[in-house]
Design a binder for this molecule. Structure first.
Ligand SMILES: [Mg+2]
Length: 109
């Protein structure tokens, strides 16, 4: 197993879906998946706002990442390609300070 292989990571998430038959049990329904992802984002937030150890933050981020990969499986899009397409796009964007924080966006003014 190569832990850096996107293909193997995606296969592991697919195996998780298959193990619990997500396809036929509502586990790949997109509205349900959005609720799950929001729940995980809340858990990530709690790690930060409650000052939990970084190990807990990493675990919650992994939960969200696995859900994102599973959403790519459920909706049948190539998340790896979208990742690289988007990276190319955002690397071209301008940044500016907004209320004390750097913001990278398509500023329209
Ligand atoms: Mg979690």
């Amino acid at each position: 197993m190569n832990p850096d292989s996107w293909t193997e990571m995606l296969a592991a998430v697919q195996a998780f879906h298959d193990k619990h038959d997500f396809k036929n049990t509502g586990g790949e329904e997109l509205k349900y998946r959005i609720a799950l992802m929001a729940e995980e984002l809340g858990e990530i937030s709690a790690c930060v706002t409650k000052g939990k150890p970084v190990e807990a933050l990493g675990e919650e981020c992994a939960d969200l990442f696995i859900l994102l990969m599973g959403t790519a499986i459920a909706a049948n899009f190539d998340l790896n390609r979208h990742f690289w397409d988007k990276m190319e796009k955002i690397m071209q964007r301008e940044s500016r300070m907004v209320d004390g924080h750097i913001r990278v966006s398509e500023f329209r003014d």
